[in-house]
Design a protein around this ligand. Structure first.
Ligand code: ZN
Length: 678
């Protein structure tokens, strides 16, 4: 719920901070296919770590790769089989590899790798294959059948007959996460979190019965299991060492236990031990203990995330997808976020929010800037640039949260976007472009910091309001809350006083960019005729549209036409800040009171529909730029060196592995799960 996929997007879409880009011969941009651009990221500072720290990062990075198949299976019951079928044809096909069919299959496979399944990672819709069924069937018949994911007694044709409708029929498993009000969200979502025959009403009733919102420390029910029906009765298949996904979890635990021996201090050792215990037992109380230990460990240089964390992939917002990454502190940049977190109470006290919904005491908000060393699971290849965890509300309230921004990834986005023509096309004039060139970088980073360190951590729920009161709209509202907190404070003189922004002009770069993105440019991610589904995108359009509509009377923000092109024109930045403050106040009220109806109305009025004419215009202008709307990262490869006794003597980084080689290697090396997981 608290991941910054949002802001990533602004970084992805913009060519901010061109002037601050320093020449650098590292190749950030890599290959491009479909709507995707692959990038590489540098891991600066790795060579300066001690051998022990490097080895620790290496062990944690192995643990971060071992759960890849879990996510594929969570995203859809056929994904592992489809991936294997595609990969086998990709590597073994003897026919014409330059044919249109083969090329189209290659693109499709690259999309499947990227999305960890057959549905778009961001829009959730199923990919349309542009190769024929006949081609694929012939190709599968032509490869060594022992390499195919055949069930006992199954022929290649049987396999095709079973799986092809899932690939080729657009009606079947059309959406990974369906969020349309009024439909059975469980049965109409392809995600593999609920077994055959389980309905939304049954799933909701099952967890409602377990839930005690008045309990002081409620666990996050349903987080780590698939809910299935066996003999007509509902039961949870837990994702644990001796349960579902156990084959992969065993490997994760193996590497975690090696990491534990190299832990930097007793607190970190306890964190890893508790996580292993959670993977072993599946006990959600243990998970909460682990989360508390994890958020309190702020001293360690090396850190990690590894587990079932975010619930965007479940239409009911209960079940968490597997994700992981390993990282270490960026000491210089962390000074910036420490300034924010040490003033957390000031920000809480001075926000426009109703005092009833404020925290009396902001506890334990820690913030640091980190360098990502490896990305795994739901953070790979598409990733977050900031993370604020844990997600449990009672823990956040009583113990705070740990907030990080990932400096080297932001940097890679910015450098890769340099000079791509985007701002020249969509920003209204030279003066505004200069504003963005001068301040975009620093303000984007600050927006991320404010969103993560303070935004998500601010405010409180009224007594008796459950974490999931806003249901399907909870994620979008929560992201809006954090974004509004960031937007509101970016324009505050306090930031100049703290030395975080250079002057009272700088914030305008972020305001302009946010409005442009929310009103216009994020639409490039939506297919013609489609609504906005993804929570972060809904959040951004909600904020931008709401501010635009509510500022109309005083002409705060306009959409103007020049040479038949639409531009955002901000006439009054101070008034825009006022509007952000007003909406923050209302969104916090909705969150604190658990006002589902209020949330639904805001979302449906402002966040879902796009103007088809404007959409078409933006798409064609964007197409002309020939840029990919989505980006993701190829991981570096960590290569340990050993002495004759098998001790690690150094760990080297290699940045040369290609996207396809990496994906194929991961499928082979970390392909721990059976093709069907039941
Ligand atoms: Zn967030």
């Amino acid at each position: 719920m608290n991941k910054l996929k949002t802001i990533i997007m602004s970084a992805v879409l913009s060519a901010v901070s061109a002037s601050s880009v320093i020449a650098d011969d590292f190749k950030y941009n890599n290959e491009r296919f479909a709507d995707l651009q692959m990038l590489r990221y540098k891991v600066p500072g790795f060579d300066q770590l001690s051998l022990r720290q490097k080895t620790l990062v290496y062990y944690l990075s192995e643990a971060a790769l071992c759960g890849r198949d879990i996510l594929f299976d969570q995203n859809g019951a056929y994904n592992l089989r489809i991936r294997k079928m595609l990969e086998t044809v990709y590597t073994d096909y003897q026919g014409d590899r330059s044919s249109a069919d083969f090329k189209a299959m290659e693109t499709y496979l690259k999309q499947v790798w990227f999305s960890n399944g057959i549905h778009h990672h961001y829009g959730y819709h199923k990919f349309t294959p542009h190769f024929t069924q006949e081609f694929f069937r012939r190709a599968l018949r032509g490869v060594d059948a022992t390499k195919l994911p055949l069930q006992k007694g199954q022929s290649v044709d049987d396999l095709c007959n079973e799986v092809f409708p899932v690939i080729f029929n657009p009606e079947i498993m059309a959406m990974r996460v369906n969020q349309k009000d009024g439909e059975d969200l469980v049965r109409t979502s392809a995600a593999n979190y609920y077994g055959a025959g389980v309905t939304q009403a049954e799933a909701e009733a099952f967890y409602e019965a377990q839930k005690d919102t008045l309990a002081p420390e409620p666990v996050m029910y349903g987080l780590n299991s698939r809910l299935v029906k066996k003999n007509g009765k509902l039961q949870e298949d837990k994702w644990v060492l001796n349960g579902l996904y156990g084959q992969a979890i065993k490997k994760i635990v193996f590497w975690l236990e090696k990491a534990e021996k190299l832990a930097e201090n007793p607190s970190q050792r306890a964190v890893i031990k508790e996580l292993v215990k959670f993977y072993t037992t599946g006990d959600l109380k243990t998970f909460d203990h682990y989360s508390i230990l994890w958020l309190k460990d702020t001293d360690s240089m090396v850190d990690f995330v590894n587990g079932f964390i975010e619930s965007y992939g479940d239409p009911l917002g209960l079940k968490a997808s597997w994700e992981a990454f390993a990282n270490f502190k960026d000491l210089d940049a962390t000074k910036r976020t420490e300034k924010l977190s040490s003033n957390a109470q000031w920000f809480e006290d001075n926000s426009p929010v109703d005092p009833r919904f404020k925290k009396d005491k902001c506890t334990g908000i820690s913030a640091k800037v980190i360098t990502a060393a490896i990305l795994g699971g739901d953070l790979y290849p598409s990733t977050a640039i900031g993370i604020n965890l844990p997600n449990s509300n009672w823990i956040r309230k009583q113990h705070g949260s740990k907030s990080v921004t990932i400096g080297n990834l932001t940097d890679a986005y910015n450098k890769a976007a340099h000079g791509n023509g985007f701002n020249e096309e969509f920003v209204i004039d030279e003066a505004t472009r200069k504003l963005i060139d001068d301040y975009g970088d620093v303000c984007d980073d600050l927006h991320t910091d404010l969103h993560e360190c303070l935004g998500h951590g601010s405010g409180r729920l009224l007594e008796g309001v459950g974490d999931d009161a806003l249901k399907a709209h909870g994620s979008a509202i929560e992201e809006a809350r954090a974004d509004l907190f960031a937007l509101y404070y970016l324009a505050d003189p306090k930031l100049v006083e703290l030395g975080l922004t250079p002057n009272m002009e700088a914030y305008k770069s972020n305001y302009y960019h946010y409005m442009m993105n929310g009103l216009l440019t994020q639409m490039v991610r939506i297919q013609p005729g489609k609504d906005i589904e993804e929570a972060h995108m809904r959040n951004r359009q909600l904020i931008a549209r709401w501010a635009y509509e509510h500022g109309k009377e005083h002409n705060v923000v306009e959409l103007v036409k020049r040479n038949n092109k639409t531009y955002v024109k901000v006439n009054d930045y101070a008034a825009l800040r006022g509007l952000f403050g007003d909406l923050l106040k209302e969104i916090q009220r909705i969150k604190s009171e658990g006002d589902y109806e209020g949330a639904r109305q805001l979302i449906e009025t402002y966040a879902v529909k796009v103007d088809p004419k404007l959409h078409q215009e933006v798409l064609s202008r964007y197409d002309a730029l020939d840029l990919a709307p989505y980006k993701g990262f190829i991981n570096p490869v960590y290569v340990p060196e050993f002495d004759s006794e098998g001790n690690i003597t150094d760990v080297k980084i290699d940045y040369t592995e290609s996207y396809a080689d990496q994906m194929l290697r991961y499928s082979t090396k970390y392909g721990y799960l059976p093709y069907i997981n039941e």
